[in-house]
Design a protein around this ligand. Structure first.
Ligand SMILES: [Mg+2]
Length: 370
C-alpha cells in the first residue's frame, strides 16, 4: 500500500512525516465504515482474542487500566480522594511553593536542566502531531538555556521533537534517550567542536521499521488509532480511540510484538511504546548527558528533571539513587513516583522555569521585558 511506504520514508521525522501521519489518520477514519461493511477487521480481532493466553490478557488489562488512570479524560476530585491528595502533596509538594528551599539545596552547585516534552512543555492534545508548545514557553526555555545547560528528553524521535521546540542551543535526547545530540549552535556548555551524538540502538533500526509497518497494517481498522515511527521506537497512540476499543487495540499491538523477542512494550499516557530490549532509558540518557557535560564524578552538580510520564520515572529514580538534584512530576492527580516535587501542568512548569531564570539572571529578565 502506497500509504505504508510513504510512512516509512517519512520515518526520519521530517515534515513529510507529519503530513503522512495526518493522511494516515484521515485514511483510518475513511476506512472505518468500509471495514465494518466487510466485517474483516472485527472478525480478525475476535479470533485473536480467543488465542490470547490468560497471562497476556491480564497484562493487557493492567496496561489499559493504568493508562486510563494516568490519563483521566475528565479531571475529577471526588471528596474521598481529597485525603489521599493531601498526603500526596505533603510528600511531593509543589516545586513553586518550595522554590526557596530548592534554590537553597542547589547552592554552590551547577544546576543542569532536563525537560520532557509532551505534557511537560506542551499540553497533551488529541493529535500528537499538533502538540505545539507556546511561544511564551519557547522564550522561557531559551532564557533557561542561557542560564543552565538544558536538555530535552523525549520519547519522540529527535527530529520531531526538534521541529516542535526549534531551539538550537539545547541538548536533545529523542526516542527515550536512544538518540542524543548536543547543541547545534553556540552554547557555552558545549565541549569541543563536535556535538555529542550517541545512538546505542542503531542496530535495531531495520527491525523497528518492520514492526512499524506491521503495526500500521494491523491497527488500521481501529478508528482513531495512530502509529508513530519514532526511529528507535514506535508509539501507538490511544488518544483518539474510544476507551471501549482500548483492550482490543492493546491486543493487536501485543500480537505484532509477539514475533519480536528483542523488542519490548512500555506504557505511557494514552500510548503504548515498542522499544529495543537494550538497557537504555531516560535515566541512562540523563547519566550519559551529565557525563558528556563533564559532571561524571562531580558532587557539585544539581540535575533537575521535569516530566509527566511513566518513562520519566527512570530518570527520577537515577536522581534519587545518586542523591543529586531531584525530579519534578507534572501531574494533577496523585501518582506513585520517584520525583520529589510536583507541578500541576505545563503552565506551572513555565512559571517554575521563569523563577529559575529570574533567580539566576535577573538582568536577563529585565532586558527582555523592555
Ligand atoms: Mg511526557
Amino acid at each position: 500500500m502506497g500509504m505504508t511506504k510513504q510512512n516509512v520514508a517519512g520515518g526520519s521525522g521530517d515534515n513529510s512525516g507529519i503530513n503522512v501521519m495526518s493522511d494516515l489518520y484521515t485514511a483510518s477514519l475513511s476506512m472505518y465504515p468500509a471495514s465494518l461493511q466487510k466485517g474483516g477487521g472485527y472478525i480478525k480481532v475476535s479470533q485473536l482474542l480467543k488465542h490470547l493466553e490468560v497471562n497476556s490478557a491480564q497484562r493487557i488489562s493492567s496496561w489499559v487500566d493504568s493508562m486510563k488512570a494516568s490519563s483521566p479524560t475528565h479531571v475529577k476530585s471526588p471528596p474521598s480522594l481529597t485525603e489521599d491528595n493531601n498526603s500526596w502533596m505533603l510528600h511531593h509538594p509543589s516545586a513553586l511553593d518550595m522554590f526557596e528551599q530548592i534554590i537553597g539545596a542547589s547552592q554552590g552547585k551547577q544546576i543542569v536542566m532536563f525537560l520532557d516534552y509532551d505534557g511537560t512543555l506542551s499540553p497533551i492534545v488529541d493529535d500528537p502531531d499538533r502538540a505545539f508548545m507556546s511561544n511564551k514557553m519557547r522564550t522561557t526555555v531559551r532564557k533557561l538555556a542561557r542560564c543552565f545547560p538544558t536538555a530535552i528528553v523525549s520519547g519522540r524521535c529527535r527530529d520531531k521533537v526538534y521541529s516542535f521546540v526549534r531551539l538550537g542551543e539545547l541538548y536533545y535526547a529523542g526516542s527515550h534517550g536512544m538518540d542524543i545530540k548536543g547543541p547545534a549552535k553556540g552554547s557555552k556548555y558545549k565541549k569541543g567542536d563536535q556535538a555529542v551524538l550517541f545512538q546505542p540502538a542503531s542496530e535495531f533500526l531495520p527491525m523497528i521499521d518492520e514492526v512499524y509497518k506491521e503495526l500500521v497494517e494491523r491497527t488500521k481498522s481501529t478508528l482513531g488509532a495512530k502509529v508513530e515511527n519514532n526511529k528507535f521506537c514506535v508509539s501507538v497512540h490511544f488518544r483518539c480511540v474510544d476507551e471501549k476499543e482500548w483492550t482490543e487495540l492493546a491486543q493487536q499491538v501485543k500480537s505484532v510484538i509477539k514475533g519480536y523477542p528483542k523488542l519490548r512494550l512500555t506504557q505511557g499516557r494514552k500510548v503504548l511504546e515498542i522499544r529495543p530490549t537494550i538497557k537504555w532509558d531516560k535515566g541512562k540518557a540523563l547519566e550519559f548527558l551529565l557525563e558528556s557535560l563533564g559532571f561524571a564524578n562531580c558532587t557539585n552538580v544539581f540535575p533537575v528533571y521535569i516530566g509527566d510520564d511513566r518513562t520519566d520515572e527512570d530518570a527520577f529514580k537515577i536522581l534519587r539513587d545518586r542523591g543529586q538534584g531531584f525530579g519534578i512530576l507534572v501531574s494533577k492527580i496523585p501518582k506513585d513516583t520517584n520525583a520529589s516535587y510536583s507541578l500541576q501542568e505545563p503552565e506551572e512548569v513555565m512559571s517554575f522555569l521563569q523563577r529559575l531564570v529570574e533567580w539566576k539572571r535577573p538582568n536577563l529578565c529585565r532586558q527582555q521585558k523592555v
